[in-house]
Design a protein around this ligand. Structure first.
Ligand code: DAH
Length: 339
């Protein structure tokens, strides 16, 4: 009996298998109820009682060795494939939920892109400004109502430092440091002390445009804005310029586009006029040029400023400006895929 056990131990230790099926075959051969090891346990009953203890121990060792060997052989084939459960598919692409760009970023990028196609470059400026760049250099008189505490957020108690109320401040910074020709757009966040409603917010976004060179005329301004309107709202868009007033432009205008929602017939978006105002513009006031060291006898230029929220609302027919700031994923997800 002992010889038989030794022989089986040696046999088991040298077992090899080429596949999981072969391992299973070996398990059945040695360890199943009718297997070779079990057969020895049957024979064990007839072992003389004084030898039972010794033989029993050897038998148990054989059984353990066989179990270990089978486990060891099995683990050699323990690949991912064999352990995957039915609903796991390793060939499936990794799951991730792509984010979406914010609608204001989409439209800002679009505006930048439209102007860059006609030679404008993009730059920005600081959100915390001083009085000079936000007001004085732009020809706002000392008592101009736009400086009022009601509109402007000042930093602490210093009336010279404020949050910019418009991106026109970047015009000044650029003209101070850049020799014409200048052909640039400046997107950015602006701040005004206004009550939050469906149509107004204390933080919003603008894009400013500036073109300074010799012989720049109002016709250039008009043509540039018409090109922009058609690119932004579609080939059939019409524009209309109305006289207006801004301290830093002379003459100044406001531009309307034909309502892209009703096609100019009249609806609640355009307040039944067929037109929606989208920007302010004009020829840069000679005072503003001189304030920045640009000779107004040699150079002329135009500027314009538009609200990105306004344009985005028109483009996507969004009726409440607050949606842009609430970060509701149900709103934001609608813009996935756009850049
Ligand atoms: N800064 C003006 C505003 O916030 C918009 C504006 C009007 C900008 C005329 C301009 C301009 O550059 O020429 O209301």
């Amino acid at each position: 009996m002992k010889d038989r056990i030794d022989q089986l131990v040696a046999e088991v230790e040298s077992l090899k298998a080429g596949s999981l099926e072969e391992v299973e075959q070996l398990r059945l051969k040695y360890l199943s109820k009718k297997g070779l090891v079990s057969a020895l346990f049957d024979d064990f009953k007839s072992v003389a009682s004084e030898k039972k203890r010794e033989v029993g121990q050897l038998l148990n060792e054989l059984k353990n060795t066989a179990n270990q060997k089978i486990d060891e052989l099995k683990s050699g084939f323990d690949t991912e494939e064999t352990t995957l459960s039915e609903n796991q598919d390793p060939s499936r692409p990794a799951f991730f939920q792509p984010g979406s760009r914010h609608p204001l970023s989409i439209v800002r990028n679009q505006i930048n892109e439209i102007f860059s196609r006609i030679g404008f470059t993009v730059a920005d400026g600081p959100e915390i400004e001083d009085d000079w760049h936000n007001f004085s250099a732009l020809n706002f008189t000392a008592d101009h109502p736009a400086r009022d505490m009601q509109d402007t957020f000042f930093i602490a108690t210093n009336p010279d430092i404020l949050l910019r109320t418009h991106t026109s401040s970047i015009q000044i910074r650029t003209m101070e440091t850049t020799k014409p020709p200048i052909r640039m757009v400046f997107p950015g966040r602006v701040f005004r002390n206004e009550a939050i409603s469906a149509r107004a917010h204390c933080i919003f976004h603008q894009v400013e445009g500036l073109y300074i060179d010799k012989h720049v005329s109002f016709a250039d301004l008009k043509q540039t804005l018409m090109y922009f309107a058609k690119e932004m709202f579609g080939e059939n868009t019409k524009i209309r310029l109305r006289p207006s007033y801004f301290p830093f432009t002379e003459p100044s205008g406001e531009m309307d586009v034909s309502c892209n929602i009703c096609g100019g017939v009249g609806c609640n978006i355009c307040k039944y006029t067929g037109w929606v105002e989208i920007l302010g513009c004009g020829m840069v006031d000679p005072n503003a040029l001189e304030n920045c060291g640009i000779d107004s006898q040699i150079y002329t230029g135009f500027a314009f400023g538009m609200g990105i929220e306004r344009i985005t609302m028109l483009k996507y027919q969004i009726k409440d400006l607050r949606l842009f700031f609430e970060n509701d994923v149900r709103f934001l997800r609608q813009f996935s895929g756009a850049f």
